[in-house]
Design a protein. Sequence first.
Lengths: 528, 371
Amino acid sequence: MKEKEHIQTAKARPRVNRQEKLTTQEEVHPVFAHVSENKQFLQQLFGGSADIKMREMLLGKDRVRCLAAYIEITAGSLAFENSLVGRLLNDLAYLPAQQIYQSLADNGQGLCDVTPFDNIEDAVQFGLLTGDVILFIDGFASALKIPDKGYPNMGVTKPDSEKVIRGSQEGFADSVKVNTALIRKRVRSTKVRVKEVRAGLYSHTNIDLVYMEGLVYPSLLEEIERRLDSYTIDGVLDSGTIEQLAEDEWYSPFPQFQTTQRPDRAAIAVMEGRVVLLCDNSPTALILPTDFNAMLKTSDDYYNRFQIASLERLIRYASAVMALALPAFYLAVTNFHTQILPTSLLLSFAAARQGVPFPAVVEVLLMELSFELLREAGVRLPGAMGNTIGIVGGLIIGQAAVEANLVSPIVVIVVAFTALSSFAIPNEELATSFRILKFYMIALSAWLGLFGFLASALSILIHLAKLRSFGIPYLMPYVGAELNGYEDERDSIVRYPLFWMRTRPIYARRFARLRLTFGSKKNKGKER
Amino acid sequence: MFSSNDKISSRQIKRLLVFDVFGAASLLLPSQLAKSGNGIGLWSILAGTVFAGVYLWLLHSCCCRMPSDYMAYLKTGWGSFLSRLFYVCYAILSIVTCAWAAKLLAELMCGTLLDSTQFASALLVILLLALYGAAAGMEARARVYELLFWVLVLPLVVLLLLCVRQVQVIQWFPMLGESDAISWSWFWSGTWQCFAAFLPLTFVVFLVPHVQDLKKAGRAAAGAVILNGAALALLYLILLGIFGSGALAKEQYPVITLMGMVKIPGDFIKRLDAVMVGGWFFTLYALIGTTLYYGVVIMRRALTNREADSSQGISKHVWFFALAAVAYAAGFWFHLSPNAEVLAMKLFYVAGVPFAVVVPVVSLFICRGEG
């Protein structure tokens, strides 16, 4: 009886209080005239947090009291000339009080990025918590934000994925500002715009929208901003959170935002009239809108000659099909329609399966799940050990499973080939969606043979056909290519020679799509 | 932002119409026409195609005169009650065609890829797929077939080319039959059947809200009629040249049998019928999807006076579920009772096809259009 009551109470109590609002205190306090008051306020605000450091100093001839507040690690030695704070303090060291105030008000030291704040909350939010030092001075009614070392981050490294043979080896870093600069380094145009928004009620994550003025549809920008503004979340720690909250079809396994860790890929997107969304603390940029075709491209497709680029794309498309459908097709044929195989092949399949106690579907599932396990273990284990796991799993366990008659060698080949194919897909999220849907196809093919295979393939195709990314059909340019005069087909499964690809894809504004002309630049200038 | 207006391109219209017509026609017409003996069937296909072209021209004329949609156009001449009644008849025609095509596809699958005990599952899967496709909307369906066009057409062309060397031209003759009354009756009967195979053209009048440029759409639809006519004629000649009229008339699905006979150079794969039946799976699915979609759109417009994609009133998904369930029941009934199917086919030829022709033709004279 008591247990029943307990259950009833639990049921009556909602798991989430829908009335609860996710908000923060919006009250603001002006900067106090006295350093001691500011210090006291900050101590209250942070509840005496150990990592918030406050250093009081006496400055100038008149010994004016000042207070530097910062987060431990983000500031270097305040006295050193080579730090901005140190230089500022040294410059002010011998001035009378009035000159100190004047100098600070006029930014007399000519230091860049010294920003005054009138209220403490802003100084804390946009100064202290962004990794800068804030300086309070007795008798001076503003707090100054002074950049110093800032938060630690990894810096520019090689990207983990999307590796290329030709082209830049730089990858995005963790810092949004570094990433923005990496794009600007590649597109040095005054038309490149960076719009900054913040997301996360507590994380206050900086999000930069990078785009090219004049190429991007203004309505696209508005829509992106609307979606970013349409939810309130406590924290955004990676661009993946934004992606999931802002996509059209949340239930689809297919990514509707393209991800990249490569600045050159992002720069190409910016010049195509797309918007690149950079999130602080994330080396993964989001590119939007996108389509299926874009996710099977790599940046060196445009650096290599068209023949090799086209061949590579054909291989990627074929591997995408294999990654999705090969195990299911194998099952459908061997379980239901052996008549399509030549007798010799059929006999070798039968001989390979001799002694295996499981039906083919169990064999395939066993191997596929083992492979997923290996992949997961390989990713989670430290670098060198991860590689070892691949070798141990792929070679030794596979060989042992065959010798123990748990699976047939044909299934090992099929699963290995499927895995290899999935690695050839340049976009990790797209490859993952194929990995998930592979099991759906296996299930239907195991039940209904080739008919199940066809039905599952058709349902996936219908799903892809109805997907959109910010209004762009997901299957562009294979469908709806008419919208851009069939120009986009020149950069699809086959990449045409560059001199034939004279227009930008459909993402760019209608009358700003020309991207390549021939003739001397001088003459072009005169024509204009 | 980018357009999301539920409009489809002329290329999509053409490809959709090609698949809507070709699937069932290529499966069933050759053996039906072969009963007339030798080459007469070819003339029936050509005549049927010409009549389909004329029919399309009439429908296009209606489309050009429509104020907003077909219902509004019909109301100007037939009044509200009759217009709604016609819409209900169109919807019934659509759903019965959907049920029949689903039953045909399920039987084809059971005959070639599954066993007969799995008919219920096959029919269910087919209609669930059709439901998913139809509920995805006109644009999604059009995109699927725009994408699949060459994927399906190229292998078929290659396989037919591989068969050409087995064709015995002598089997085509006499091309004009015996020129007596019996041959003429076979010719007209074949022409009527061929014309009936083009009946999915009827739905062109409901396509108007999804079309941006009616002229382009008309040209695309005409292209689809010509392409279908040419493909059916070519297929008929190949089948007739290989099987002869006697054997062809006895085959249930001669084109599938033909695919089973194709020998690929190198012999690395055998019995292509099992693979190529996939092509007919997609083409017949196009007809099922189209008829289910229009069944819902038309019925909804007739009974609730609401636009196809409006979310007011009973949700459109409920309509899709309800009519897919009706199609499932009817398809199963056709499977269990061949007499019911024969009766439905008779009704289709003597009532359905004339209805689909007469209403737009008479409307051209009595309805007040814009043009």
